[in-house]
Design a protein around this ligand. Structure first.
Ligand code: BTN
Length: 260
């Protein structure tokens, strides 16, 4: 990891206060939860050994090949709008990757509710959001991001639903350049969090799930139910219609697209 490059691009010109780097760390979100890091700190490791995914799943990466980091950011936001930080972070990640990949004429990266990035139908990045001081107006967010950049090997069970950028475009990319673009875009467009109509409109323009047949999984019971996506509301809720015509809105859960 070229920390010198990250420092000169991101700290000296005032995007970040500090970059904390560990060659190896169990989990960047775990570390940020246990330690009181100040806002505008980037915590990054080359080898995350026990990465945490949503619903306490494991997040696996190849040392030095992929990106695993947490951005600490204090944001003044109401409790019922906290979901916007999720949508904002995934949208910024998407535009940053598109910007970087524009030279390769890549169009097929999109967003999947609530905050996954999909490339040619499979997941390339995920976001895990932790919030401290939930009761205060000023909330401290730990925005944990994992991006499969240069990993080539995936286990049999992961292969069906996950891929990496290198496997899709057949070129090795600079993890530092992706991170620099993400951080710059994140700080430059942060006003979007206060403008939820515009943010959600941008998010919706970059998803392919509206109108699609999906399997919806509630995490509590792990059951999958086929449904059609109707919309995503300003409050982040996913509106679906089940095959028996019931319409419901969900605020958490997981979807997988059905291609047929
Ligand atoms: C998901 O399940 O889609 C979310 C994956 C989030 C993984 C990232 S990697 C950096 C940060 N530290 C962690 O332990 N998890 C997040």
């Amino acid at each position: 990891m070229n920390i010198e490059l990250l420092n000169s691009e991101l700290v000296k010109i005032n995007y970040l206060n500090e970059i904390i780097y560990f060659e190896e760390l169990d989990s960047t979100n775990g570390y940020a939860k246990k330690n009181n890091l100040s806002s505008d700190t980037l915590l990054i490791t080359s080898n995350q050994t026990s990465g945490i995914g949503r619903f306490n799943r494991q997040w696996k990466t190849t040392p030095s090949k992929d990106l695993t980091f947490s951005l600490i950011k204090t944001i003044d936001i109401r409790i019922d709008e906290v979901h916007l930080v999720n949508f904002y972070s995934s949208y910024i990640l998407l535009i940053s990757l598109k910007e970087y990949l524009s030279a390769y004429n890549i169009q097929d990266i999109s967003l999947k509710w609530p905050n996954d990035l999909i490339f040619n139908g499979r997941k390339i990045a995920g976001i895990l959001l932790d919030v401290k001081d939930l009761k205060n107006d000023l909330k401290k967010f730990i925005i944990g991001i994992g991006i499969n950049v240069n990993s080539i090997e995936f286990s049999e069970d992961l292969k069906i639903k996950a891929t990496s950028i290198i496997n899709e475009i057949k070129s090795e990319l600079s993890i530092e350049m992706i991170l620099i673009l993400f951080i710059k875009n994140f700080f430059e467009k942060i006003f979007l969090i206060q403008s939820k109509e515009e943010l959600m409109k941008n998010w919706l323009m970059n998803t392919q799930i509206i109108g699609k047949k999906i399997n919806f999984r509630k995490i509590e019971d792990d059951k999958e139910q086929p449904a059609t996506v109707l919309d995503i509301d300003l409050d982040g809720g996913l509106k679906v219609k089940f095959d028996d015509d019931r319409v419901k809105k969900f605020y958490s859960g997981e979807i997988s697209l059905l291609y047929n």
